[in-house]
Design a protein around this ligand. Structure first.
Ligand SMILES: O=P(O)(O)O[C@@H]1C[C@H](O)[C@@H](CO)O1
Ligand code: GUN
Length: 296
């Protein structure tokens, strides 16, 4: 992955410069929309939007429910950029490509990254339609060396060996729980541990049981690499998983999960997720000192 990661990282400044030449917006917050959650971009005012296919250097989305558009706009006094569609490892992208936009966001001056995803629940306390605030993650591909930071370290962005404890900002997690209470949706929300697996197949029953025993609350196929790259370059991160299905853990259970069902739960909960994210952005503090020197 090394020669590719260097080639990919050389394109990020070009992409960021191109975007800055096309829009007046200078985003402070970036949002990555999970499967079926692309409507988060609809709340942005004074939008400038770009198809991924028109952005120099940008990878392309191939998954249903991921429109493939980057939307800039204003939300409650903050400037935001929203990815309507993310990149997954199972689409055949290398991990440095799946996380390409995160460093572009850093170069644009973004300070806070909000990641959202659709996930299956392993915890008995999480039902379809619930929203899990991500407290921590298990990056299964990362544990075996499939890591977007593999290859030469780019010191401009961060250190060779970044710490990952505390990568989901505690202040934002508390704020989100507070907002959930005010919105009257606290019963839908709890904190938990997300695990990323490679996909694209959903879990076998034996795999589901293994994840459950390991203390995983919800499982999906994304997010962890984005959070690793974001944490490496000093972005503050908030993450939430919309629980779209229960992962089948019993041989007696005849139910099975499918992508259409995942998208459907996204549609059903879109309003609540939108309200939560909007309030969070409205109430979060921004420092505005997040620039890095990209001159090499
Ligand atoms: O992009 P996310 O992580 O929300 O997408 C999840 C995982 C798979 O891509 C898909 C399965 O339905 O949803
Ligand atoms: N791996 C995985 N990803 C999902 N995304 C939405 N539901 C699921 C699930 O049950 N398993």
């Amino acid at each position: 992955e090394s020669p590719e990661s260097s080639a990919v990282s050389q394109k990020q400044p070009t992409t960021a410069d191109w975007l800055m030449s096309q829009t007046r917006h200078r985003p402070q917050v970036a949002i990555i929309c999970g499967s079926g959650l692309g409507m988060l971009a609809d709340t942005l005012k004074c939008q400038d939007s770009f198809a991924y296919s028109d952005i120099p250097g940008f990878p392309q989305s191939t998954v249903q429910g991921h429109a493939g558009r980057l939307v800039f706009g204003e939300l409650k006094g903050k400037t935001c950029v929203c990815m309507q569609g993310r990149f997954h490892m199972y689409e055949g992208h290398s991990l440095c490509k799946t996380t390409f936009p995160v460093r572009v966001f850093k170069l644009l001056g973004v300070e806070t990254l909000i990641v959202t995803n659709a996930a299956g629940s392993l915890a008995d306390s999480l039902q379809p339609g619930d929203i899990m605030i991500i407290k921590d993650h298990v990056n299964f591909p990362g544990l075996v060396g499939l890591n977007p930071l593999s290859g030469p370290n780019d010191d401009k962005f961060g250190p060779r060996f970044p710490a990952m404890s505390g990568c989901y900002d505690k202040g934002l997690r508390c704020l989100a729980l507070d907002i959930a209470k005010q919105l009257g949706v606290a019963s839908l929300m709890q904190e938990g541990v997300y695990a990323m697996v490679g996909g694209p197949n959903f879990e076998t029953i034996a795999e589901a049981r293994l994840l459950h025993r390991l203390g995983v609350d919800a499982v999906g196929m994304s997010t962890a690499p984005e959070v690793v790259v974001a944490t490496h370059c000093g972005l503050r991160v908030f993450g939430l998983s919309l629980i779209t299905n229960k992962v089948v853990k019993s041989y007696e259970d005849s139910e099975s999960v499918n992508h259409e069902g995942v998208l459907e739960v996204g549609r059903l909960r879109s309003h609540t997720v939108q309200q939560l994210v909007t309030e969070l952005i409205s109430r979060m503090e921004i420092n505005n000192n997040n620039t890095i020197n990209t001159a090499v």
